[in-house]
Design a protein around this ligand. Sequence first.
Ligand code: FHN
Length: 399
Amino acid sequence: MDLRFGMFIHWGPVTLRGTEIGWSRGTQVPVKEYDNLYKEFDPVLFNADAWVKTAKDAGMKYLTIVAKHHDGFCLWPSKYTSYNISNTPFKKDVVGALANACKKAGLKFCIYYSVLDWHQPDYPLHLSTGANPDPKADMSKYIIYMKNQLKELISNYHPYMLWFDGNWEKPWTQEMAVDMYNYIKKLDPKVIINNRLGKFDHETLTAESVGDFATPEQKVGKLNMDYPWESCITICTQWAWKPNDKMKSLKQCIQTLASTAGGNGNLLLNVGPMMDGRIEARQVERLKEVGNWLKIYGEAIYGTKGGPYKPDSIFSSTRKGNKIYLHVFQSSGDQFIIPAIPHLKILKACFLKGNRVAFEEDKKNITLSLPGKLLNENDAVIVLEMNANVGNIPIINRE
Ligand code: FHN
């Protein structure tokens, strides 16, 4: 949770069609055609160090590769199925290359693995529609297949975190989830596991949940100081690569990161590399711009807690030690008024890496005098140095 910002990567033979990974199988792309795309998959420009450099330059601290999505194709040379990268013209172990590149660059390496597998014979459902369960399938054999692959991934690539998905279909039960969680924690007690093994709402973490953190999707999670969470959001609209897909602006990317951190959560920002193995230049550029912002303002994101103010469209806040970082997204006029902080006094207010900010403080409000034009239009960070540690201030709602 101190890392706050990671890269998510959805990629596979489906990029040869530019349609959505998994879900376009049997819809936009006929099943037979989809399941044979791997025979043409040859991303000769794939360079793990280049992907990791893009993540690092973006200020991301961890990287999560989709090793196997719902379509069952494996981006590593699994010995438990021939439906894997070693049987493509490309052959190279993509998961292994990224694990090594992350290690060299000091990024935490993480793996996404889909519980449901429409391609694997022993998984009862072979279509995204869930139609006609396969009577020949044997879910208990599929669970052995899953355990063998997870053991293969954990012992070969030592992931820091496992990001499961595809837990919503009938063949998969809560009992299977608990058993799988315990099996993995025996293999590696330190590995972090998301909450998408269990059969419960992935936006929250409850006693019934099976997993270590909640996973809101395509939205910023709600402010929550009680349990860890991570929002996964696409930099464009589709998870896998799509030609001319609409890309988020720099302001959207930065304000989304400041809002997830302001809500006490992480952001896993997704890219879909192209069929030749490169991440689109415009996405690399956008991520670089985010990284440039973090080079200046990273102190207000990494290793901070969310709050004490509830985030909204105007601003969010993060905190560490006796400092509160106000992330101002838009200012209306030269005064910025927020509720006072009970029992605490401001010693100093200034723009992070910038000038002092004049302020008045009374029992009810803090009034900050802001220049007409904010220092950074994407997110101007103001630091309030308080006269005591701010870690345990209860959440403050703005009327
Ligand atoms: O179906 C998947 C989808 O393809 C994508 O992988 C996202 C990423 O979190 N999760 C599922 C939808 O909830």
